[in-house]
Design a binder for this molecule. Structure first.
Ligand code: NAP
Length: 312
């Protein structure tokens, strides 16, 4: 594809699983972007200039105006702050940071430097999420039940960071469910109870059970578990006065009273990059901290149980 003056020259920092699975193909498929550089300790992408640190990139490449940070959350803040201070537009993978306060700092710095900051929640771009939000807007919601159960050995083999402080453990996938719930419910909910199951010797939970309450007596329960072998479950069921809405497969499918109305497997990251291009053109900020706040609350209010050790 030929770059034009309007093309956004972008760099990826942290060329790991999600960068290769989703960011690289989504950038390649979007004519608004050109992958112009990487920052990677392990080599980057063939044919693309690679730098050993974000500061080396920022100094050498003023033409790179946007940066997608795809490293684990614990290692992102300084890179994000330096990129913003250098006047670059920044996209953050989810979760946007290891703490709530550091992301609030990034928002302030981005405002001060008049650049885009986009805290992505990829599950919000799943096909069923916007139709679910629209259908629920005028309904009276009674109960929401979230079941997010997957096999950590299958999805996160050998990822040490995920078990370390700030890696979030089972909340790494669970926060995707919370990003959907906070997008589709018309009113806020807040956490009232949390039980966290930590494998002996690990710093992050392998399972969690959460309860939330909201206006009008709405109750939300969430069950996150990383020990699910066999079929994997990423479902959200919403009971309303006018029927039962189910989002399944992480939001890719939606049904109402058992009738499928939306089915579409993989459009999340294409949507993320369309949105990023729009935000960059407007120099706008899109940071919603609600899912991260719920996770922080779950750790703050959580009753901790120690369960059997987990070995990769
Ligand atoms: P990953 O493959 O384990 O790591 C991503 C890359 O980050 C690594 O390849 C490495 O890139 C860099 N990195 C790792 N440790 C680092 C450190 N200590 N300091 C600096 N850089 C480091 O992780 P991932 O699965 O891609 O996940 C990255 C982020 O994307 C997480 O926040 C995750 O929640 C999110 N995400 C992941 C998935 C998924 O399916 N895996 C899905 C959606 C979102 P270099 O070798 O190039 O330096």
């Amino acid at each position: 594809m030929t770059a034009t003056d309007a093309t956004i020259r972008i760099a990826i920092v942290g060329v790991g699983k999600i960068a290769r699975d989703q960011h690289l193909p989504s950038i390649a498929g979007n004519p608004d972007f050109e992958l112009s550089a990487t920052v990677s300790r392990s080599g980057g992408v063939e044919g693309v200039d690679n730098y050993g640190s974000i500061d080396a990139l920022l100094t050498a490449r003023p033409d790179v105006t946007a940066i997608a940070l795809c490293q684990p959350p614990q290692f992102r803040f300084e890179a994000a702050a330096n990129a913003i201070r250098a006047g670059r537009h920044v996209l953050l993978e989810k979760p946007p940071g290891a703490t709530v306060a550091e992301v609030e700092t990034l928002v302030r710095v981005a405002k001060a430097h008049d650049v885009t900051l986009f805290a992505t929640w990829h599950s919000r771009f799943a096909a069923g999420v916007e139709p679910a939000r629209a259908w629920l807007r005028d309904r009276s919601i009674r109960r929401v039940k979230v079941t997010w159960k997957e096999d950590v050995r299958r999805w996160h083999p050998g990822q040490d960071w995920i078990w370390q402080p700030g890696g979030l453990g089972v909340f790494d996938p669970g926060i995707n469910a919370l990003s959907i719930v906070t997008a589709i419910l018309p009113n806020d909910v807040h956490l009232v109870e949390s039980v966290l199951e930590f494998p002996r010797g690990r710093d992050a939970p392998i399972a969690a059970q959460l309860s939330f309450e909201g206006e009008g007596g709405v109750s939300v329960t969430a069950e996150f578990d990383w020990r699910q072998a066999g079929p994997q479950t990423w479902d959200i069921e919403v009971q309303t006065d006018a029927g039962r809405l189910v989002l399944s497969k992480g939001g890719a499918e939606m049904s109402i009273d058992g009738r499928a109305s939306v089915v579409d497997q993989d459009r999340e990251y294409a949507g993320i990059y369309r949105r990023f291009a729009d935000l960059v053109r407007q120099r706008a900020i899109d940071v919603d901290l609600a899912p991260l706040v719920h996770v922080a609350d779950a750790f703050m209010l959580g009753r901790r149980k120690t369960v059997e050790p987990f070995e990769d």
